[in-house]
Design a protein around this ligand. Structure first.
Ligand code: ASP
Length: 431
């Protein structure tokens, strides 16, 4: 694939999609626009999205198996896992702090207490009531259940439901099994390698053929539905979330890649562009996975590290989501006239880290998980209704940030492994 050409085409499609979608939003009431949106933008976008989603489960499963086998030693895997978690948790905490700091300084909710009486709040209360009747809403899962649910009773069911954590667990077991059985499992190992080749070919083909038109469809549809009109009243909230995302993206990831990964941040962002645009148009970390792993591998990230770190990241590492939750919590506290103490702010950081871990990499879940953070500091979760209308656009942006964090982590850990191997070779040569 000529990555550079494709990236340019996708970016053009993105800009066109935003422009055409925003214009269509102005005329959203006309039948003509509704039909184009329904039968053209949405159809093209959803077909593209389905094609990508079709690959997510097999790609995640196969790459994690190969990743584990590639690392070769379950103990080493534990070390990589620990470093990965440390990076994920610390960057997520930094992300929330940036969000909270901006919201405390610029006070997006000041003077907007009227918003609490809006219909949106009443409507969201009804949604919450319905969720409470349901047994296993994501925001309500207790810690013990979450732990038990890491282990699939039925791996095929986990795959058909797209339960990423369970798929990861199962894949790790298969990978460890292949390592332990050794030469007797050669054929199984080869099978996974060859299957991986086939999947990579299909991803490249789908991206080459459909990514520009699909991106256009997805973005045009999103912007036709949620134009900039809704943003007016919540303008400052919107701008602050965006600003925090931009700061985290460029400064935190840029510095981490440069200092910890000893890699050019510019080259990193450029190489990751196809995944960033896909994350943006699909609003889903999971959907972007096949492409994002492809991008980092092309950047020189060790395949076994990319295959292990990125699927895990797409499932539990959501810095962009955490930023939105930080800003939103302070915003809702301000419109409610509640003053949060330092202890409560620390609670927001801790719970938002947990909530973003629990957020699935699909559109809109970050907002549902926000209820958990609001509950923890005694704010009314129904207030989520206020920001619901503009969340689609923020979801797109934060998803790009979410997946970039996973890629930065993969790059940094891969470089550290390179260094370890280099050192070992030097030592070996000296002895
Ligand atoms: N859409 C986000 C993602 O997939 C999750 C969220 O914040 O809603 O990463």
């Amino acid at each position: 694939m000529k990555t550079k050409n494709l990236s340019i085409k996708i970016v053009i499609a993105l800009v066109l999609g935003i422009t055409v979608g925003s214009i269509c939003n102005i005329y959203a009431h006309s039948n003509f626009v509704t039909s184009i949106d329904k039968y053209a933008f949405n159809v093209v976008g959803q077909i593209f999205l389905n094609l990508i989603f079709m690959l997510v489960v097999p790609v995640v499963f196969v790459s994690i198996v190969l990743g584990v086998v590639g690392v070769g030693d379950p103990k080493l895997l534990g070390g990589i896992g620990a470093k990965t978690l440390a990076f994920f948790l610390s960057t997520t905490a930094i992300a929330i702090c940036i969000g909270i700091a901006l919201a405390l300084i610029f006070k997006p909710g000041a003077g907007h207490s009227d918003l609490l009486n809006s219909k949106d709040v009443t409507k969201y209360q009804q949604t919450l009531n319905k969720q409470n009747e349901g047994q296993d809403s994501a925001a309500k899962q207790t810690f013990d259940q979450t732990l038990i649910n890491l282990f699939p009773k039925n791996p095929l069911q986990a795959m058909s439901e797209g339960n990423m954590l369970q798929i990861i667990t199962f894949a790790i077991f298969i990978g460890v099994g292949i390592i332990m059985v050794g030469s007797k499992a050669q054929v199984v190992h080869r099978f996974f390698e060859q299957f991986n080749e086939v999947l990579m070919y299909i991803i490249t083909m789908i991206m080459n053929l459909f990514a520009p038109i699909g991106t256009f469809g997805l973005v045009a549809h999103a912007f036709t539905g949620a134009g900039f009109g809704a943003i007016k009243q919540l303008g400052l909230y919107f701008v602050l979330v965006l600003a925090a995302l931009v700061i985290h993206f460029f400064i935190v990831y840029g510095t981490a890649v440069k200092v910890l990964g000893k890699h050019s941040p510019l080259a990193f962002f450029k190489g990751f562009l196809p995944a960033i645009t896909l994350g943006f148009s699909a609003s889903s970390s999971n959907a972007a996975l096949p492409v994002s792993m492809n991008c980092t591998k092309k950047m020189g990230v060790r395949p076994e590290i990319a295959s292990f770190v990125q699927p895990l990241g797409a499932t539990i590492n959501m810095d962009g989501t955490a930023i939105m939750q930080g800003v939103a919590t302070i915003f809702i506290a301000q419109i409610s006239g509640a003053h949060l103490s330092i202890l409560q702010l620390i609670t927001v950081v801790v719970i938002a880290v947990v909530a973003s871990i629990g957020t699935a990499g699909v559109p809109g879940v970050g907002l549902i998980m926000l209820a958990m953070v609001l509950n923890a500091v005694g704010l009314n979760p129904a207030a989520i209704g206020i920001i619901l209308g503009i969340d689609r656009l923020l979801d797109m942006t934060r998803t790009s940030v979410n997946i970039t964090g996973d890629a930065a982590c993969a790059l940094i850990i891969s470089k550290a492994e390179d260094k370890k191997i280099e050192n070992a070779q030097v030592q070996h040569a000296h002895s």
